[in-house]
Design a protein around this ligand. Sequence first.
Ligand code: HEC
Length: 218
Amino acid sequence: MMKRTATTRLVLTAAAVLLLAGCRGNTSPEPPIHLNPNMDTQQKLVAQRSSNFFADGKDMRTPPEGTVARGELREDAAYFTGKNDDGSYAAMPFVMEAADLDRGAKRFAIYCQPCHGEHGDGKGVIADPKYKYPIPPTSYHEQRIRDMADGNLFEVISSGIRNMPSYRQQIPVRDRWCIVAHVRELQKRGAPAPAPADAQTATPAGTTTETTTTETAQ
Ligand code: HEC
């Protein structure tokens, strides 16, 4: 009885050693043995990969010439570029509903406020001297910006201007217009009055007006 257990143990150990040793150090051009492939490997086309299914070896297909994907037709120049067919800047191309204004305010807070500030006066967090941002973001309360057409503001967001980057990739077209509406709204509200505390305590540029207001209230 004793002897049999010992033999079994020996055989098992030898098998284990062989098995483990067999897996080490062997390279093979074959894919690894995959006992249960399940759905791990599928015959499908993956973006940016090659494929031997099509003659040209690409798996991403070029749309047939002269065709436009559904919903991708960009006929309305004013809406998509901010410019009319004659090259002049377009006016707001659709009626802003309350939900659009709300959307604009929220997108503005994400994409513009860090630089241009909550009130659009160019005093976003980035203007704090500690960030050493080289170019002060423009205040929307400047007469020049007030006089700009809606389409021009849309173009600035889409393409950027001088030292301001473009937000075309991050912000969809409709949202850009909603942001323009919010910029107009900020302009209507007017630049926040400089708090008297500013002059006395020489509050560093970039301290938000919100803080300043609280300071004054105290
Ligand atoms: C990274 C900081 C930054 C962000 C974010 C930013 N801007 Fe600007 N913006 C600037 C700077 C800097 C300028 C001044 C550029 C210059 O004159 O070189 C500027 C200029 C402008 C101007 C004035 C254009 C002109 O004709 O002089 C408008 C309008 C404007 N931004 C709107 C926006 C809107 C709307 C957003 C959000 C979608 C936004 N900006 C996001 C930094 C920013």
